[in-house]
Write a protein that binds this ligand. Structure first.
Ligand code: G3D
Ligand code: MG
Length: 181
């Protein structure tokens, strides 16, 4: 920190979705090697951090990701999981409709119940590298995002890296914009 105007923020972000939709892969792809990993076995969560600079706002942001590690423990710890959470990615797997249905029936409901009322959430359709005629079409994702008032809808591939950086950047920008008001 050299410039007076520079500010440091810390945001707690969660990545939610059914097992195997690609939550851990997305976080790993985004933070690559610049992370510290802190596994809390009793909570069933991995906490990972990354620091970035957002030039647009002349701000340093420390991102603290909460990743569900043990699905079975999630029910017990979800209050802690969401406490003070600034934003989240709601992730489904475009190859499995059941994971798409869970967004509304489970993950969004939990986010609304336990996270801050002004928390930002984005809808993510992951595994877009596997897209074919049987997968959840983009228009369905777009319609759901509109219906649940998600701040955005993005299709990603943690495998190829497609849109991963922009999904997280977009989330952080939106959280930052809200926090600066
Ligand atoms: P989770 O954290 O939501 O439970 P993971 O999901 O990140 O562990 O991913 C589950 C499986 O999906 C992994 O495969 C992972 O490699 C795969 N996966 C994640 N994202 C993508 C993607 O964008 N495209 C494709 N094709 N696969 C993806 P394994 O075989 O290791 O279980
Ligand atoms: Mg995982």
């Amino acid at each position: 920190m050299t410039e007076k105007e520079e500010r440091i923020w810390a945001f707690k972000l969660s990545v939610l979705g059914d097992p195997a939709v690609g939550k851990t892969s997305l976080i790993n792809r985004y933070i690559e090697h610049s992370f510290e990993k802190d596994y809390h076995p009793t909570l069933g969560v991995n906490i990972l951090t990354k620091e970035i600079k957002i030039e647009e706002f002349n701000a340093y942001v420390r991102l603290i990701f909460w990743d569900i590690a043990g699905q079975d423990k999630y029910e017990l710890t979800r209050q802690m999981f969401f406490e003070g959470c600034h934003g989240c990615l709601l992730v489904y797997d475009i190859t499995r409709y059941s994971t798409f249905d869970s967004i509304k029936s489970k993950w969004l409901e939990d986010f609304r119940k336990f996270a801050r009322p002004d928390g930002v959430y984005m809808l993510i359709g992951n595994k877009v590298d596997l897209k074919d005629s049987n997968t959840v079409p983009s228009v369905k994702g777009e319609a759901l995002a509109k219906e649940i008032k998600a701040s955005d809808f993005i299709e990603t591939s943690a495998k190829s890296g497609d849109n991963v950086e922009s999904a997280f950047k977009n989330l952080v920008s939106r959280v930052l914009k809200k926090s600066r008001i």
